[in-house]
Design a binder for this molecule. Structure first.
Ligand code: ATP
Ligand code: MG
Length: 195
């Protein structure tokens, strides 16, 4: 048996939506991943108007529960403080020493890779892979363009920002997020009031 191939999908997941799930599923199929670990960020000091980490974590668990290859990690939440992908990849590398890590990121997120904490060393910690996202072009730093493959995935013009405004404005979010997330948001009154 070869090395286990582990995908890592980081995000605020505020809330998780079908764009995230399609990105992870497509990356898993294209890269032959054995598992994709979703890693919700800890509460950001810059984003106090967003949902608390425990809500974002639970929604990520609910949305991924049905897929035997998806799991959710609390490393960033439990580490407390600002969430840096470099710290997370190092920690996951220690937890799974026999795995090959693939960090999955969307066009928008990867485009400012050169501003990330511990760039460019972070590129040594996982194989980065960038998925297409409607409305976002790639602006990969020239020196990494050949190290970050771009994966074309079905266009899902969905963002958490749009989901939050829809909830606030009483517009539907059905089919943009899993049914369990529609129900969880309704039950908890998330995004209707400012946190
Ligand atoms: P927000 O609008 O709050 O920024 P978001 O929809 O961008 O939320 P994030 O949690 O910020 O979601 O994103 C986590 C990761 O998922 C990032 O790498 C992002 O590029 C990627 N991603 C998010 N939505 C999509 C989508 N619709 N298609 C492809 N990738 C996506
Ligand atoms: Mg985003």
């Amino acid at each position: 048996m070869g090395m286990r191939r582990l995908g890592v999908m980081g995000g605020t997941f505020d809330p998780i939506h079908n764009g995230h799930l399609v990105a992870a599923s497509e990356a898993a199929a294209a890269l032959g991943l054995d598992e994709v670990i979703f890693v919700p960020t800890n509460d950001s000091y810059q984003k106090t108007d967003f949902a608390p980490a425990e809500h974002r974590y639970l929604m990520t668990v609910i949305a991924t529960a049905g897929n035997p290859r998806f799991s959710v990690s609390r490393v960033e939440i439990d580490r407390q403080g600002p969430s840096f992908t470099a710290d997370t990849l190092r920690e996951l590398g220690e937890t799974y020493p026999d795995a090959k890590l693939f960090f999955i990121t969307g066009a928008d997120a990867v485009s400012n890779l050169s501003t990330w904490h511990q760039y460019p060393d972070i590129l040594e910690l996982a194989n980065f892979v960038a998925v297409t996202r409607p409305g976002h072009d790639f602006k990969l730093p020239a020196e990494v363009a050949d190290r970050v493959p771009i994966l074309e995935i079905p266009a899902m013009a969905i963002s958490s920002t749009d989901i939050r405004s829809r909830v606030r404005e009483n517009r539907p979010i059905w089919y943009l997020v899993p049914d369990g997330i529609v129900q969880y948001i309704a039950k908890t009154n998330l995004y209707r009031e400012v946190w």
